[in-house]
Write a protein that binds this ligand. Structure first.
Ligand SMILES: Nc1ncnc2c1ncn2[C@@H]1O[C@H](COP(=O)(O)OP(=O)(O)OP(=O)(O)O)[C@@H](O)[C@H]1O
Length: 291
């Protein structure tokens, strides 16, 4: 996949996020340190890293859901680091989210038609226009028109995630933060939902900040990839390079830990793993000799 050349839609400069401690007078917990990323129009930046590395926090900071204690987040040239509620409501037309769990992210009491019409109503769209838009959205995500009158529990995980994607698309956003949107799905459903994300991007030019712990998923969907480790970005670059020939030792370990679907590459992976372990053992022995 090639990287788009357009000016950044989203820029994050030296971002720091600290969560207040629940213990009296204890220091706040620093979840992100000096994060720098940018996303162009029609581009996908994949965010990868192990559990607790700060991926979700970065997505939440962009959405105004995590406390920004330093640095700056700019969207379409405007500083949104400390946007007010009112500004966030306006921003929500352009900035949307798809969460990991399609079982909890949809209101179980609402029919799919109402779930999709909700953001349209909040932004003041008339009922007849909203009805038309809901039909378009169902078609766009590959769900049947009669889904309108059905409840979330009548759908599989993959179909529910399609509803969540349709809801995120309702107001034609420019950027969608996708927080592990396929992690709860089985492998074949994952592939179909990832293809849907790609198709939507081709059709609409939407950008994605795509969070995943899975390097293969991120490689499939992203133009560029940023690797997070302990609240910092340790490496970023074109998806092909970062996910096949990474420079940072942490990314190398992540790559070696991910399963290889292609049997021809398994032997190569075993050899790479052996080489890496040997070199790490050598470094440890050298460090021991110096101590
Ligand atoms: N609301 C919060 N209050 C305090 N600490 C938090 C809060 N949310 C996250 N953290 C901490 O911030 C760090 C980063 O968490 P985050 O959820 O962003 O990581 P992650 O890479 O998305 O992990 P996972 O893949 O498990 O969701 C973790 O140490 C986590 O415990």
């Amino acid at each position: 996949m090639s990287t788009t050349e357009s000016a950044p839609l989203l820029t994050v400069n030296n971002l720091v996020v600290e969560y207040p401690s629940k213990k009296f007078r204890a220091k706040p917990f620093r979840a992100l340190t000096n994060i720098n990323i940018s996303i162009g129009q029609g581009e996908t930046l994949g965010l990868v890293g192990e559990s607790g590395s700060g991926k979700t926090t970065l997505g939440r900071a962009v959405l105004g859901l995590a406390p920004v204690t330093g640095g700056k987040i700019t969207f379409e040239g405007k500083d949104i680091s400390h946007a007010t509620r009112k500004q966030r409501r306006t921003l929500s037309r352009d900035l949307q989210v798809v969460f990991q769990d399609p079982y909890t992210s949809l209101n179980p009491a609402l029919e799919i038609g109402d779930i999709l019409a909700e953001p349209l109503g909040v932004q003041g769209m008339e009922q007849s226009a909203a009805k038309k838009r809901v039909k378009e959205l169902l078609d766009q995500v590959g769900l049947p028109a009669d889904a309108i009158h059905r409840l979330p529990r009548e759908f599989s995980g993959g179909q529910r995630q399609r509803v969540a994607i349709a809801r995120a698309l309702a107001l034609s956003p420019k950027l969608i933060v996708c927080d592990e949107p396929v992690s709860a799905l089985d492998l074949s459903t994952q592939a179909r939902v990832l293809d849907l994300f790609l198709q939507i991007q081709r059709d609409t030019g939407v950008s994605y900040l795509f969070v995943s712990h899975d390097l293969d998923v991120v490689r499939h969907i992203s133009h560029r990839v940023a690797v997070m480790y302990h609240g910092e970005i340790v490496e970023q670059g074109p998806a092909e390079i970062v996910t096949r020939d990474p420079e940072h030792p942490y990314t190398q370990r992540l790559l070696l830990a991910s399963p290889v679907p292609d049997p021809d590459r398994q032997e190569q992976r075993r050899a790479d793993r052996h080489r890496l372990l040997e070199s790490q053992r050598h470094q440890i022995e050298q460090a021991g000799a110096l101590a």
